[in-house]
Design a protein around this ligand. Structure first.
Ligand SMILES: NC(=O)c1ccc[n+]([C@@H]2O[C@H](COP(=O)([O-])OP(=O)(O)OC[C@H]3O[C@@H](n4cnc5c(N)ncnc54)[C@H](O)[C@@H]3O)[C@@H](O)[C@H]2O)c1
Length: 305
C-alpha cells in the first residue's frame, strides 16, 4: 500500500505515544484518522494537536477489551470517515515484577489488553476490510519482548509473543485479500507507558506486584530516552509501503536477536541426521497440506486454497 490519501486509519492507543505518532505521520500522509483510546482527556488533547496540524481526526473512547464497544466503534469510524483501510492495534499496557508473585488479575489485565485487544480489533474490523475489497494494512504492536522473556517482564513478554504469532498467522490469511500485516517490535519509545497502571480497571486491581510512584518515575526515566513516536511511525510507514512484516528499527537489538536465534538453531540436530525420519515426516506433512487445501476449498470456497 503506497497511496494513503483519503484512506481511513483506525488507531488504538492513538491518544498517546506510539499511537499518536502514527496518527500524526499517517494524517500528514493524507489519511483520515480515528483515534480510539480508553482515556477521554488524552483523546481530547490529541485531537487538538492533530487538527491544529490540519489532520482530519475523530476520537472514540474505547476500552479495547470490550467486544461490544468495538462493534459500535467500527460503525462510528465508518459513519464518520468511511471504510477503514488501515488498522493499527497499538494500545498496550505493561507491568513488571517477579512472575511467581503474579495474581490471576495481573495475567487477565495484561493479556486482556495486549492480546485480547488485538484479537478484538481483528474480529471487529478485518471482516469489514475484507468486505470492502479495497485492500489495506494491519499493524500490530508487539515489542522486542516478543522474542525474549525474563521474570520481571514475563507476563508482558508472553502477551507480545502471542501478538507476534497472531500477526504472522493473519499475514498468511489476509494476503489473498490484498491486506498486508506487519508486526511492530519496538525496544524503547518515548511514551507514557510508565503510567499505564493508572488505566487498570477496578475489577482487576488485585495485583501481586507493587507499583508505586518510585517505580513509575524510574520507568519514565528509561522511556524518556526512547525513540520519538513520529520517527517510529515513519519506519512503520516505510514497512507498509514495502509490505514488510517485521518493523524493528533498533540496531542495538541485533546481538540479542542473534543470540536468541542461535540458541534455537543450536537446539537442532545436524541437517543430515535421521534422513529416513525426515523424509517420512516431510511426506506426511505434504499429504496433510494437500488434504487440508481440499477440505478448506470444499468448506470455505476456492479462495481458501
Ligand atoms: N514504550 C516502550 O518503550 C514500548 C516498547 C515496546 C513496545 N511498546 C508497545 O507500544 C504500544 C504503545 O505504547 P506506548 O509506549 O506508546 O504507551 P502509551 O501509554 O503512551 O500509549 C498507550 C495508549 O494506550 C491506551 N490504552 C491503555 N489501555 C487501553 C485499553 N484497554 N483500551 C484502549 N486504550 C488503552 C492508553 O490510554 C495510552 O493512550 C504498546 O502496545 C506497548 O506495549 C512500547
Amino acid at each position: 500500500m503506497r497511496d494513503f490519501q483519503g484512506k481511513t486509519a483506525f488507531i488504538t492507543g492513538g491518544a498517546s505515544g506510539a499511537g499518536l505518532g502514527q496518527a500524526k505521520v499517517f494524517g500528514d500522509a493524507g489519511c483520515r484518522i480515528v483515534i480510539a483510546d480508553i482515556r477521554q482527556d488524552a483523546i481530547d488533547a490529541a485531537l487538538d494537536e492533530l487538527r491544529a496540524r490540519g489532520i482530519a481526526a475523530h476520537g472514540i473512547r474505547l476500552d479495547i477489551t470490550d467486544r461490544q464497544a468495538w462493534d459500535a466503534a467500527a460503525d462510528e469510524a465508518e459513519r464518520v470517515f468511511g471504510p477503514v483501510h488501515l488498522l493499527f492495534n497499538t494500545a498496550g499496557v505493561s507491568i513488571f515484577g517477579p512472575i511467581e508473585k503474579a495474581t490471576y488479575e495481573d495475567y487477565d489485565w495484561i493479556f486482556g489488553v495486549n492480546l485480547g485487544g488485538v484479537v478484538n480489533g481483528h474480529q471487529a474490523l478485518v471482516p469489514r476490510m475484507i468486505a470492502h475489497g479495497e485492500g489495506g494494512h494491519v499493524v500490530n504492536t508487539a515489542s522486542l519482548g516478543a522474542f525474549f522473556a525474563n521474570s520481571g517482564a514475563g507476563i508482558y513478554s508472553t502477551s507480545k509473543f502471542a501478538v507476534h504469532g497472531l500477526s504472522m498467522a493473519m499475514r498468511d490469511a489476509l494476503a489473498k485479500y490484498g491486506i498486508g500485516v506487519s508486526v511492530l517490535c519496538p525496544a524503547n519509545i518515548s511514551s507514557n507507558i510508565a503510567e499505564s497502571v493508572r488505566t487498570r480497571p477496578a475489577h482487576l486491581a488485585n495485583s501481586g506486584f507493587e507499583v508505586d510512584e518510585r517505580e513509575i518515575a524510574a520507568l519514565h526515566e528509561i522511556y524518556s530516552q526512547g525513540m520519538d513516536p513520529e520517527e517510529l511511525a515513519g519506519h512503520v510507514k516505510a514497512a507498509i509501503e514495502a509490505d514488510r512484516f517485521y518493523v524493528i528499527p533498533y540496531p542495538e537489538a541485533r546481538p540479542m536477536l542473534e543470540a536468541a536465534f542461535q540458541q534455537v538453531l543450536d537446539a537442532l540436530p545436524p541437517a543430515d541426521s535421521d534422513l529416513e525420519g525426515q523424509e517420512k515426516r516431510a511426506k506426511a506433512m505434504a499429504r496433510y497440506i494437500e488434504a487440508r487445501r481440499e477440505m478448506d476449498s470444499d468448506r470455505y470456497g476456492e479462495a481458501a486454497r
